[in-house]
Design a binder for this molecule. Structure first.
Ligand code: NAD
Length: 477
């Protein structure tokens, strides 16, 4: 018997969890459950993380966590428990299969069988945000080489183990050349190790449009966190309903399984579709080696769907035979345990699938040389030439002001008077001679800026790695 942690969550959570556990038990899954409290009640009791230390201990002990959706209270101060759990437990891969069940579930895309693999720990989800001036907020986007290597390698291994033919990568590296650029680069590097799997890259905007229009051209898609978050909901919805998609969050030690949808607090009692959480539970059973139970449940579920027994989200007069509530749907699945679908293809799971990734090895550090600094300045003026004149008074040694940008666009030298400017200015200082730039130069600039009452709100060092500039130019530079 394997002990797993469960949390029943909020809104429709308890109903869909009860339905799911009833099916798991009836299918003979060899699991025991240990329940923890997370979510709204915990948040509103004054714990802004939504989970107690004792619950963390239980999750870490059992390593496998089946979680119903929770409600994050509106308003500041509450941290998303989902994001925290994924990051604390190092659950770097979020796997979301989206398959259409045509003609039994109404969809504009009858031929659709894709798996979205979303990077789960990095990107803008660090939640590192600051207000820097009256007018400007910042959210830090962090993308790391180990983060990219782990998710991309996981994706290719997944494709290999599950006999998938093609892996597509979505990024926006035409704009974010360093962060998304790294993701794309690592994708190209690792793809070379899997010549038997076709690979391709799309810029995320056109990729997303194609995904929504012709999902049948995709197989497995890997992408950074934010795009994956958005597009996996799109994919689930166009496959039929967000109510039927499950997902797994996989780490080196622990794993968490859930539905992709939220707690739908406004839904009437006993109307929610439990299939999303059930799908997550089937992925969990496969993960812990309970392949037989997983297969039995999935086939009984397919049989139930094809026989037209549908909850409200899927019910259509032309495709459905019976409208049922959450509990009745679970009973229908239980009644079908041991049967195979006859119209939809039955599943056959392979209990030899194990995805073991090599440990990340840090490469020899590159030669890192400081070549300049960007001083970010809060300044309420409008004319960049005026700001440049002020900044030129703090130039030290041969360190010169070379550029000013506002929200990324170059406004000095030779800016356009049409460019709209905020109170947030990036002012780039570099050495004009071969004498290399030093950290003391930054301190001297900061010191003189302070004396001149220039409000420096942050600095960003400019480096070369192995002789290559490793910072973005100003737009228009
Ligand atoms: P939601 O996914 O809860 O619901 C959106 C709509 O989708 C519902 O109104 C309903 O029409 C449909 N839907 C969702 N689940 C369904 C199901 N099982 N069966 C049938 N229809 C279903 O999104 P929301 O309303 O934006 O968020 C509600 C709360 O859930 C928020 O507090 C949010 O923070 C939280 N949330 C939690 C998770 C999670 O725990 N993993 C994920 C997303 C949102």
């Amino acid at each position: 018997m394997r002990t797993i942690t469960i949390a029943k969550g909020d809104g429709i959570g308890p109903e869909i969890m009860d339905a799911t556990l009833k099916i798991l038990k009836a299918a003979g899954a060899q699991i025991e459950t240990e329940e923890i409290q997370v979510g709204e009640k915990v948040y509103l009791s004054g714990n802004t993380s939504g989970i107690s230390k004792e619950s963390w201990d239980i999750i870490r002990k059992n390593k496998i966590f089946l979680k119903a959706p929770i409600t994050t209270p509106q308003g500041g101060g509450y941290k998303s428990l989902n994001v925290t759990t994924r990051k604390f437990l190092g659950l770097y891969a979020n796997i979301r299969p989206c398959m259409s069940l045509h003609p039994f579930v109404t969809t504009k895309h009858p031929v659709m069988d894709i798996v979205i693999i979303r990077e789960n720990e990095e990107d803008l989800y660090g939640g590192i945000e600051h207000q820097q001036t009256d007018e400007v907020m910042q959210c830090l986007k962090l993308i790391s080489r180990p983060g990219c290597e782990k998710i991309v390698r996981y994706t290719f291994e997944y494709a290999k183990q599950y006999g998938r033919k093609k892996v597509t990568c979505f990024t926006k590296d035409n704009i974010m050349k360093q962060t998304d650029g790294l993701f794309h680069k690592v994708f190209e590097e690792i793809a070379m190790e899997y010549p038997e799997i076709e690979n391709e890259h799309w810029i995320v905007d056109i990729g997303a449009a194609k995904l929504a229009d012709t999902p049948e051209i995709f197989d497995v898609i890997v992408m950074p966190n934010l795009y994956g978050d958005i597009l996996s909901d799109v994919a689930a919805q166009i496959a039929g309903s967000v109510g039927i998609a499950g997902s797994s969050n996989i780490g080196e030690e622990c794993a968490m399984f859930e539905a992709i949808h939220g707690s739908a607090p406004r839904m009437a009692r006993d109307t929610a579709n439990p299939s999303g959480l059930l799908g997550g539970a089937v992925m969990m059973l496969n993960h812990i080696g309970e392949t037989e139970a997983a297969e039995k449940i999935q086939n009984a579920w397919l049989k139930t769907i094809e026989s037209g027994i549908h909850t409200k989200d899927l019910y259509r007069a032309e495709t459905s035979t019976k409208l049922v509530g959450t509990a009745e749907f679970a009973d229908a699945v239980i009644a079908n345990l041991g049967q195979l679908p006859t119209k939809l293809p039955p599943v056959k799971y392979d209990n030899t699938v194990v995805i073991n990734l090599p440990k990340y090895k840090r490469a020899t550090p590159k030669n890192k040389v400081l070549v300049g600094v960007d001083l970010f300045v809060d300044w309420k003026g409008l004319n960049a030439d005026e700001l440049a004149q002020m900044l030129q008074t703090i130039e030290v040694r041969d360190v010169k002001l070379t550029m000013i940008t506002n929200r990324g666009i170059k406004v000095w030298p030779e800016g356009f008077q049409e460019t709209f400017c905020t109170d947030h200015w990036r002012c780039r200082f570099k050495s004009s001679s071969a004498i290399s730039f030093s950290y003391e130069d930054i301190l001297a600039l900061m010191h003189d800026a302070l004396q001149s009452k220039i409000d420096v709100i942050k600095t960003e060092n400019l480096y070369q790695f192995d002789g290559k500039d490793a910072y973005s130019l100003g737009q228009g530079q």
